[in-house]
Design a protein around this ligand. Structure first.
Ligand SMILES: Cc1ncc(C[n+]2csc(CCOP(=O)(O)OP(=O)(O)O)c2C)c(N)n1
Ligand SMILES: [Mg+2]
Length: 643
């Protein structure tokens, strides 16, 4: 066997695994690895953003868009600590990253050399990173690398995908060993587990009996690339589909069967269908608090009154929150293929039986459309949030990739974005790490150079990673950032308003004794970095500027001044126990029946508007409101007072 340096073995393995990029940042701990990447620079490209967080978000997005993993490379100590948060984002959203971290030389273990963490164990970075990866390896000799690399990549890509870590001591990059490049891991998605024939038969029995079924899909359907099978199942049986953000686009969301997102910021027809359903077929979805109205029965779902079929590749998700009537440990595509052939064999056609169900859904949909339409049609300065969603939808082609950050802007997109294709909407759903949106879009563009890539991010979130501008210029990555500028950490400011009697601290961006709104001039900041910069304050201008930015083929930033006082309507609930909204005593006139509705509103403190016939409803002591009964849309609006 030829002798090989550890770093060269890693490089050759990445190349053999068809990884075109390494996203990483230098440090003394990884100079050996960098030199190997230099030697191989025409076969694998090192992209070095200005912060390790960005490197990991880029790798995360690369996987989400292509379903092919790449590696990150960080140095020992602080450089590797900087990827903990983005790895948490990746593991909670089932995204694969091979995180190669570096450590101190093995001969110095436990001597407290520069950047060793060893209070409990030598070279203890694996203990820092362990909770946010599927597994961590620390090969301490070159001859341990082949097994570690093969096991790490196989673990990363099998079952439910996720990030893994290989922590490499300094000397292991430099030393030589008698080693061979191991076989790459099986390609993602080539090994699939299915259901048993009995399980499929039991599912079809339930589907056949259901009169109000819905399908609930999550990232599992996207990851298993089961869009075609899902669409065929939904259409052939005429079963409506509710989607979590990372499942969006698996069924074209302009399809009449698509109900959108569910939960506090879901679409009204989705929540109504979810809680009135008699059967829910959940596929690769996990009923987290935000898509289940914090598990309060009757808001988004109605288990155990509703029957539940729950299909997932991860046993830990099946029954985590709702014990299913049928729990199936299977890949989404394999399950759907099996289900389709059994439905075909039994010649089952749901369409005629489900007509009353579709009529009810059409009613909820019409009511929702009437309620939301004015916001979409209004031109204003500052701009109404709906306009931005609507203009992005109008301007961007169906294959565009959008990435969202954490914040109120994301709530608007969850509620109103219509993804047309899978792998086109990137959300930091499980961990909601700020910086994901503006950073991940760079990785998305490298994964899909031919598709327009647009990040929609808050002014706060963008300010966390403004150096993404430099990376776009250095590596010529023509993405567009839409900075949703509301001069605040608005998502959190609204929580303060709702729960703490309108008091605000630490959530508005201000300057001076009079607390005037403050933000940097984002467009000038972009131009200073060599990126095209635009400022938009009138809704009439946004679509044109976006169109031009996308067409320019250059990186661009659009600073959009958005109305911070228009909140996304709450159609479900989200609870933060033990907090209660400051006004929890409700007296309603004239109809006590309204109590149920106002309870819904009060449990949705972020929302200060509801499905109402009049103007915005302020939830606060002594405010009056005109409320339309959510549960009984045919009743006339009534007026209520909150005490
Ligand atoms: C790294 C990180 N820090 C803090 C938070 C908590 N957090 C969630 S949303 C939010 C405010 C977001 O503000 P901005 O980016 O301006 O978006 P907006 O809500 O105004 O649309 C904060 C601080 C987080 N999710 N991630
Ligand atoms: Mg903001």
């Amino acid at each position: 066997m030829p002798k090989m340096k550890g770093a060269d073995l890693i490089t050759e393995y990445l190349i053999a695994s068809k990884m075109p990029y390494v996203f990483g940042i230098c440090g003394h701990g990884n100079v050996g690895m960098l030199d190997s990447l230099y030697q191989a620079r025409d076969r694998i490209k090192l992209v070095s953003p200005r912060h390790e967080q960005v490197a990991a978000h880029m790798a995360d997005a690369y996987f989400r868009v292509r379903h092919e993993a790449v590696a990150t490379l960080t140095s020992c100590g602080p450089g590797s600590c900087n990827i903990v948060m983005p790895l948490a984002c990746a593991i909670t959203d089932s995204s694969a990253i091979l995180a190669i971290t570096s450590n101190v030389p093995t001969s110095q273990f436990n001597r407290s050399p520069f950047q060793e963490v060893n209070a409990h164990y030598q070279a203890d970075f694996p203990n820092i990173i362990r909770p946010v990866v599927k597994r961590s390896w620390q090969p301490t000799r070159v001859d341990m690398l082949p097994l570690a690399l093969r096991q790490a990549t196989t673990t990363m890509l099998s079952g439910r995908p996720g990030p893994v870590n290989v922590d490499v001591p300094f000397n292991v990059y430099q030393e030589e060993g008698d080693v061979e490049v191991p076989k790459p891991a099986p390609k993602f998605g080539t090994q699939r587990s299915g259901a048993s024939p009995e399980e499929i038969a039991a599912c079809v029995d339930l589907i056949q009996k259901a009169s109000r079924p819905v399908i609930f899909i999550g990232h599992g359907v996207t990851l298993s690339e089961a869009s075609r099978e899902l669409t065929e199942f939904a259409r052939s049986q005429q079963i409506p589909v509710i989607s979590s953000p990372n499942g969006m686009g698996c069924l074209d969301m302009t399809d009449p069967l698509s109900l959108g997102f569910i939960g506090r910021n879901g679409a009204y027809p989705a929540n109504e269908a979810g809680r009135h359903a008699d059967l829910v077929i959940a596929i690769g979805a996990r009923f987290d608090d935000r898509s289940a109205s914090s598990w309060m029965s009757g808001y988004s779902w109605n288990f155990p009154h509703t029957r539940l079929i729950h299909v997932d590749v991860d046993h830990a998700e099946i029954g985590r929150n709702y014990p299913p009537d049928i729990g199936i440990l299977a890949d989404a595509k394999a399950f759907l293929e099996q289900l389709l052939s059994e439905l075909e064999r039994r010649r089952i056609d749901g369409a005629p039986r489900l007509q009353p169900w579709h009529a009810a859904i059409a009613g909820w949909r019409a009511e929702w459309q009437d309620f939301i339409r004015p916001g979409f049609e209004t031109h204003a300065t500052p701009i109404r949030p709906e306009r931005i969603v609507a203009d992005c939808r109008a301007v961007l082609p169906d294959d565009a990739v959008i990435s969202l950050d954490s914040g109120i802007h994301h709530n608007w997109f969850m509620q109103f974005w219509e993804a047309r294709r899978p792998q086109s909407m990137l959300n930091t759903w499980g961990y909601s790490g700020m910086g994901f949106g503006p950073s991940s879009i760079l990785g998305a563009k490298l994964a899909a150079p031919e598709r327009p890539c647009v990040a929609i991010c808050g002014d706060g979130g963008f300010t966390m990673v403004p150096h993404v501008l430099c990376t776009a210029v250095e590596y010529d990555i023509p993405v567009v950032w839409v900075v949703w500028n509301n001069f605040s950490w608005a998502a959190i400011r609204d929580l303060q308003y709702a729960y703490f009697d309108g008091r605000e601290i630490g959530t508005a961006f201000t300057k001076g004794p009079n607390r005037e709104p403050y933000n940097p001039d984002f467009a000038a900041w972009a131009r200073a970095a060599g990126v095209d910069g635009h400022t938009v304050t009138r809704s009439q201008d946004f679509a044109g500027v976006l169109e031009q930015a996308v067409a320019s083929g250059r990186p661009a930033l659009i600073d959009v001044h958005v109305d911070a006082d228009v909140r996304p309507p709450g159609t479900g609930a989200w609870a933060l126990p033990p907090l209660k909204p400051f006004s929890d005593t409700v007296h309603i006139y004239p109809s006590p029946a309204l109590f149920g509705v106002l309870r819904t509103i009060l449990l949705v403190p972020l929302s200060q508007s509801v499905c109402c016939a009049g103007a915005t409803v302020k939830v606060g002591v002594g405010s009056t409101c005109t409320v339309r009964l959510i549960d009984a849309p045919l009743q006339p609006p009534a007026t209520g007072v909150i005490w």
